[in-house]
Design a protein. Structure first.
Lengths: 223, 264
């Protein structure tokens, strides 16, 4: 038991922090920030053999976000750039076609690993708004558990997840790297300055503009 | 013995003449000039004829000299060379009659060189022997020409063979290269067809599997990505991208070890 713990600590130490949990209050701009991160990865790593897959969770779409559907969606995104498909995926496809069956979560995890290992440089998984995954049927906890277990297969899967700071999720990511998302005064000011042109009267008075921006920014800072 | 030209007959009779006159026991100095020179002539003729005869009877010689390119052999062809045959025939007859006369005279006790001188007088033996000898000396000259030609030919042969071999070798190498090139072209063609077939098959399979996965998980999150990213304000979020936590996450070991993308 003690030896196992020690081995685990050594593994933790020797590996980079590849899971980044980003809690943030509603309206702090988590979703927009996720879209900026995804765009940043796609633009900067375009010439690398890198897999990028992402999910925007949405409480209005609970029918489309069972754990199996979410993992299948990640597999679909990663497979898009990998032709020919790996044998494990081909076999699973043939098997389920033949028996007209649906793949289990275990099958989907196997497929995920088969595809992920095809990427030589890295695999990035970005999940927005984990708190919008339904609690019913333990979908949320199962999905987080599955995501974190994708790590333990020998290949580094870089996972970034955002969420409202709800206790079960914060607890689940305890021990992993954390970066809180809060509206930044700079970002708010930049946003407001840009919106001033849409207000014809205000745009004529620079002093009024300045006052509006600074007032709103100071109230909204860290929201 | 086959003797189409009559050369052997002359050699025999000449031999008999020489043998008979060698029995003249009186001294060589007593001999008349004409008789002496005649015996010389007959001896020389016999030597020449023997040499030519020996050469012609040697199959190696005949093989070495191709008939159409040999001046000597074409001269000696019994079907065409009537001159030599006639000369040989005359010479043989003359020597034979000389020998008969000599024998008759020595029987009549008129002895030695005198007898030979007498036998030669009024006969044509001298002239026949001289004519034949000249003829054979001419033939001998042809023989030397032949030999010279033969030697040249023998010397040139290896060069010709070498040239032929060299040319053949070059041609064969070129042919092999051309065959190899064509084989390679065919092989790469087949390979590319196989690859295309495999690629086509893989592409089809790839499409089928993507369709299957889409049927399992229909949401296309890239539409939302495009929508959200459009709403962002230019330049916002920079603080997040530049944070140490994000940079640590963004630069995993595998990318760092490839030595690319320095943090910015």
């Amino acid at each position: 038991m003690a030896a196992a713990l020690q081995a685990n600590q050594v593994t933790r130490l020797s590996r980079k922090q590849v899971i980044l949990f980003c809690p943030g209050m509603p309206g702090s701009g988590k979703t927009i920030l996720v879209s900026i991160v995804i765009d940043y990865l796609q633009r900067n790593l375009g010439d690398r053999d890198v897999g990028i897959a992402y999910i925007y969770c949405d409480f209005r779409r609970i029918d489309d976000q069972t754990v199996e559907q979410l993992i299948a969606n990640l597999v679909k995104q990663l497979l898009r750039n990998k032709c020919p498909p790996p044998p494990a995926v081909m076999d699973a496809y043939s098997r389920h076609q033949k028996h007209r069956s649906l793949p289990s979560l275990g099958n989907l995890e196997e497929m995920f690993h088969a595809v992920a290992t095809l990427y030589k440089d890295a695999v990035f998984i970005i999940i927005d708004a984990l708190d919008e995954c339904q609690m019913s049927g333990n979908v949320r906890s199962k999905f987080i558990e599955t995501l974190l277990s994708l790590q333990s297969r020998g290949i580094d899967i870089n996972i970034l997840a955002t969420s409202r700071p709800v206790p079960d999720i914060v607890e689940a990511f305890d021990g992993h790297s954390c970066l809180e998302i809060a509206a930044q005064r700079d970002d708010i000011e930049r946003y407001l300055r840009n919106k001033m042109s849409e207000l014809p009267v205000v745009s004529k008075y620079p002093d009024l503009q300045h006052e509006i921006i600074s007032c709103i920014a100071s109230v909204a800072d860290g929201m | 013995m086959v003797d189409p030209t009559g050369i052997v007959g002359v050699i025999e009779v000449a031999g008999q003449v020489l043998e008979y006159t060698s029995k003249f026991d009186s001294s060589w100095t007593d001999a008349k000039e004409e008789a002496k020179s005649f015996i010389f002539e007959v001896g020389a003729l016999r030597t020449t004829l023997l040499r030519v005869h020996n050469l012609l009877s040697d199959p190696k010689f005949a093989n070495a000299l191709e008939k159409d390119s040999s001046a000597l052999l074409s001269e000696l062809d019994p079907l065409h060379d009537t001159d030599t045959t006639v000369l040989l025939s005359i010479c043989k007859d003359e020597l034979q009659s000389l020998l008969t006369k000599l024998k008759k005279r020595t029987d009549g006790h008129r002895f030695g060189w005198e007898c030979l001188k007498a036998a030669l007088d009024g006969g044509k033996a001298c002239e026949a022997v001289e004519n034949l000898h000249r003829r054979y000396q001419a033939l001998n000259l042809l023989f030397w020409n032949d030999q010279l030609a033969l030697q040249t030919k023998v010397l040139q042969q290896p060069i010709g063979i070498r040239d032929d071999l060299h040319q053949n070798h070059g041609t064969q190498v070129r042919q092999l290269q051309s065959i190899e090139q064509r084989t390679n072209a065919v092989a790469s063609g087949v390979l590319s067809i196989i690859q295309k077939a495999h690629t086509a098959e893989a592409l089809q399979k790839h499409g089928e599997i993507l369709d299957w996965l889409s049927s399992l998980a229909s949401v296309d999150y890239s539409l939302q990505q495009a929508d959200f990213f459009r709403q962002r304000q230019e330049g916002t979020g920079q603080w997040f991208l530049e944070s140490p936590q994000f940079q640590e996450w963004y630069f995993p070991c595998s990318i760092l070890s490839h030595g690319c993308c320095s943090p910015s």
